[in-house]
Ligand binder design. Structure first.
Ligand SMILES: Nc1ncnc2c1ncn2[C@@H]1O[C@H](COP(=O)(O)OP(=O)(O)OP(=O)(O)O)[C@@H](O)[C@H]1O
Ligand SMILES: [Mg+2]
Length: 249
């Protein structure tokens, strides 16, 4: 049988991605594929280029060479209008929650809806806001200001704001960093619940190996700007390679 036809098409396909800041060669030929329903975790030391990678993926940052295909589109070929549209299909949970401090929770959630009004036409805005808040268990927080929320609540609201556009892929940059272990576990369970509920695939960047173990179908270890190792948590945790072993201590 034709091999091409039996394999599913990746939602994200990164080939030989390179990005430098002057002499600082951050990505040196990085490759990654994300398939439907997968949760792929990327681990790497601080400063290894994980956030840069995510930013290149949605063209918040330009890259030097290589190719990035997202939902079948070469992101470099897209006109601004199509790039905006693509960004509604790819949710991005930034490092830190990045809520707008001067807006209530409701207004924070309305913001992406207004910005991408066209695409969500026909869907009831209020129902979208409530269902997204319900998914993260915070319907009661709708009229609060970010300053009134705990760190974990902010993270959940940011996730609700990402969900409101019903993305096909969600990119998480350090979803549990700075949270206590119990709240981290809640966020991890929420991410898994959302994956089931909304049928999304996710790329998750984390330092937290407990998070990686629970959440990942597959892991990629970013070392020296390349996808140094790729496999399941179980496979990689048994690796004899000292560079890989260092992540599992
Ligand atoms: N806008 C920028 N201009 C210049 N250098 C940058 C810029 N953004 C990132 N860098 C550099 O790129 C490298 C990778 O940064 P990045 O933020 O991707 O690290 P990271 O792996 O996400 O680290 P952390 O785990 O601490 O979040 C660092 O050396 C950083 O200084
Ligand atoms: Mg980072």
């Amino acid at each position: 049988m034709d091999k091409e036809k039996t394999e599913s098409t990746p939602l994200i396909d990164i080939k030989d991605l390179r990005k430098a800041f002057g002499d600082n060669h951050v990505l040196n030929g990085f490759n990654l594929q994300l398939f439907p329903n997968e949760n792929v975790v990327i681990v790497g030391k601080s400063g290894s280029g994980k956030s840069v990678l995510l930013k290149c993926l949605v063209r918040l940052m330009d890259y030097d060479s290589g190719s990035v295909q997202v939902l079948g589109e070469d992101i470099r070929e897209l006109e601004q209008h199509d790039l905006d549209k693509l960004r509604t299909d790819v949710g991005f949970l930034f490092q830190g929650s990045a809520l707008y401090d001067s807006m209530t929770v409701r207004e924070n959630l309305e913001f992406p809806l207004r910005r991408h009004a066209k695409r969500m036409e026909g869907l009831d805005e209020d129902e979208l806001i409530h269902s997204s808040l319900r998914s993260v268990g915070l319907e009661d927080a709708i009229d609060l200001m970010p300053v009134e929320l705990s760190g974990g609540m902010k993270r959940r609201i940011a996730l609700a704001r990402t969900l409101i556009l019903r993305p096909k892929v969600i990119l998480y940059d350090e979803p549990t960093t700075g949270l206590d272990p119990i709240t981290s576990k809640e966020i991890i369970n929420l991410i898994l619940k959302i994956q089931g509920e909304y049928d999304t695939a996710s790329l998750i960047i984390t330092h937290d190996m407990d998070c990686a173990r629970v959440i990942s179908n597959r892991m990629v270890i970013l070392i020296n700007g390349i996808d140094y190792a790729n496999g399941t948590y179980a496979e990689l945790s048994k690796s004899k390679d000292p560079k890989v072993k260092a992540f599992f201590k």
